[in-house]
Design a binder for this molecule. Sequence first.
Ligand code: OAD
Length: 249
Amino acid sequence: MVPIPKIAPGTEFGPLRIRGERVFVLTGAGVSAESGVPTFRDAGGLWEQHRVEDVATPEGFWRDPEMVWRFYSQRRLKAREVQPNPAHVALAKLERELGDRLFLCTQNVDALHERGGSKNVCHMHGRLMSTKCSRCAREPFDDENAYEAPPKCPECDALLRPDVVWFGEMPHHLPRIFETLEQTDLFVTIGSSGAVYPAAGFVSHLRTVGRARCVYIGLEEPENAHSFDECRLGKAGELVPSLFEVDKR
Ligand code: OAD
């Protein structure tokens, strides 16, 4: 029988005590919401204002590269104005305390974890401030530019594209992610609706491999709530700073 998760306001739970455990944190758009970065599926979110198939698929890019670049250029300009919030800062502190016993994996393309102080962030959906060639094997490169017209690759003259993972494309680092999940004792998802796979399936994968305690933090119950042991409801910026208690003995 599938266990029924405990779903309650985050303030009703105690901190997650960590002794020698290995911790996997998966973040979604909700962790950056209090910084002013719009989420995707909430009211007024990005997918209410834009069609996914127009701006987040390879087909949409080839249909109208100018419009796709306009969309990502606007997101780049907006990203320059925002600051990390207490949730990003708390996760950076957790990394300093746990070292390589923490694996921080984000679906977000923003750089707010790094700007909050995290050094090792696995960006499974790519990075907003990076550009790659749509054809040749040229290495993706850091790029904060906002473009009026789609830029071209200086090496092969094909169109350059944002270095983000679109629907229908394979997320990055999956072998490393699944290898890490196998060794995880505590799995925490923060601010993700649980609607997009494979990330939404990490928690049910953990159920099949074993032993991890699985905790959700976010404003509302995610679509994959049934797979978590607990859903702690509330804002990331308010709950995450007091979420972990690391035993340093
Ligand atoms: P969503 O927009 O689907 O979900 C954001 C979640 O964060 C929702 O469950 C909100 O309730 C929650 N939330 C909002 N504000 C919050 C706050 N202050 N604190 C905590 N939680 C809050 O975003 P993701 O689940 O990240 O993929 O979306 C996953 C993927 O779908 C994205 O990476 C993107 C998108 O389409 C691609 O573009 C490939």
